[in-house]
Design a protein around this ligand. Sequence first.
Ligand SMILES: CC(C)(COP(=O)(O)OP(=O)(O)OC[C@H]1O[C@@H](n2cnc3c(N)ncnc32)[C@H](O)[C@@H]1OP(=O)(O)O)[C@@H](O)C(=O)NCCC(=O)NCCS
Length: 196
Amino acid sequence: MRFNRIARLFMIGQSALMTNPPIIRNARSEDSTQIAEIYAHHVHNGTASFDTEPRSIEATVAKIAECAKRGWPFLICADGQVILGYAYATQFRDRPAYGLACEDSIYVHPDNVGKGVGKLLLVALVDAAEAAGFRQMLAVIGGGEPASVALHASLGFEHVGRMRSVGRKFGRWLDSVYMQRALGAGGSQPPEKEPG
Ligand SMILES: CC(C)(COP(=O)(O)OP(=O)(O)OC[C@H]1O[C@@H](n2cnc3c(N)ncnc32)[C@H](O)[C@@H]1OP(=O)(O)O)[C@@H](O)C(=O)NCCC(=O)NCCS
């Protein structure tokens, strides 16, 4: 079932990209330069991230390592040696009781947006986050970016809130849109292991 879903999206991605079949795999430290470049583009040119300074390569290496240490998924989509996009899931907020809720971060290389890469990544991330034990996934969408809202809605995320004018970038006030979907049994059953 899970394989079929990824395989179907893989085919969509393959035809849309019209290149070698893209693969999804865990990020490695040597991917950090390309990952940092993708993020830097979106920090400088978009409102999805409320960062105003890009993350350094060293900080990206540390982020990948932290995810690996905590058992949180950090995935990339690659065409050969070229990283088309990446996605990771981290605990939604730091306090222990949030331990079963994660927030996703997903960024596609500007040359490859709108070609199915984001959907490939998010399908895989949802599966990986569920396997990691998370029960909810939150998307916190800076500026209510339409592509991100559409991507998350297409995978069953529901709109759960909007914080108005909480960000300011490029001389504009920015809202933050919250979308959410349950992972696995969600909140219908207790977890196998309590957080904390
Ligand atoms: C948001 C982002 C990750 C989406 O990835 P993508 O590869 O461009 O999206 P996909 O091609 O996989 O499209 C996924 C869905 O969103 C829709 N979509 C994509 N771009 C869209 C746009 N600009 N406007 C409206 N819908 C859009 C697609 O039609 C598709 O819907 P469908 O499956 O129902 O047909 C990517 O555009 C990106 O990196 N944007 C900048 C950073 C960002 O906003 N990150 C999210 C942080 S929360």
